[in-house]
Design a protein around this ligand. Sequence first.
Ligand code: MG
Length: 392
Amino acid sequence: MKIEKIETLVCNARMRNWIFVKITTDQPGLVGWGEATLEWHTRGVVGSIEDLSQLLIGEDPSRIEHLWQMMYRQHFWHGNGIVRATAIAGIDLALWDIKGKVAGMPCHKLWGGPVRDHVRTYAHLGGGKLEDFYETGRDDSKRFGELAQAAVENGYTAFKSMAVPETMPIEGNRPVQWAVNNVAAMRDAVGDDIDIMVDCHARPSPAMGLKFGQALEQFNLYFFEEPCWPESLEGLAHINASLTTPVATGERMTHLAQFKALFDVRGCEICQLDITHCGGLTEARRIAALAEAHRIALAPHNPQGPVSTAASLEFGFSQPSYIICETVTEDVPWRQDVVQEGYTVQKEGRIVLPNEKPGLGIEINEDEVRKHPFQQELLQRSFYSDGSVGDW
Ligand SMILES: [Mg+2]
């Protein structure tokens, strides 16, 4: 068996361009699907996949680890920058899809069989609709409460919010009070049994991240995400050690050694590896094994497209320390037109039952994808009140 062709299909989904990767083999009808979505870097990833494909055409797609080593280590530069790590991931997912199709079983069965009966998922406020999740006013706590209630009415038992505003390295009480008001409104709306998560988007400095974290301890958050830049491992470790609320991070990390450094300082309790950014399922399985040694939980970052979700769920059915999967459903109204999924979602509790179809269990409708060609992603630029650059 040989790889004949590696193509990218770009599908504009408003905030993101989903980058689907299609690998065609020399076996009639045997193709694999992956995803390498990296918002605001679409052209770079597409080009990187074209560069990598030069290494792989004519190779045996069943040698996934060998091909992964080639993609990561050959041509001198290691593949751990975000663009190439994402490109590698997209190809790696498609190779696993082929592997499962050849074996006639879903990927999680290739990795030892299901370790759980279902995977729990969580929503973004507003289902991930750009205006609701990212643009609800920092001082509009009433809206936070309404959106929280809607998530629960939609069957979710857990949801994530952006309740912490953009913040200069040091600020006074006002942003902290906004965050407290927003989380209080959500807790009031949904009660104590629903799990609420707050994503800081790495906006705060370590000092402000700790301040926000301490102010929100009273609400018993399920986790507190990216409370400072991921580069500040000592900041993450300090915040994680200072709070009873578990800290979650890892979505911007791209390779095993980076996760080792994070785990070594106990920078988190929940590892949010992104299967489409950390070198794919091949590297994700190594990162998961390392997390297991530290008894750190897994909750993959997954706000991208449907192949990323299918891969994140297959991974979840194979990993004992996996607790929950991020999902986005309302980013574009035609999401279900471009993909047919192998798994089923139970509305009550928004739990996912295992995929029984081979590989990642998905079919992409290429005609539907072509209806949404590449467009420049909506620019999201952030400046503080004095005009200096902030973190979005
Ligand atoms: Mg995040």
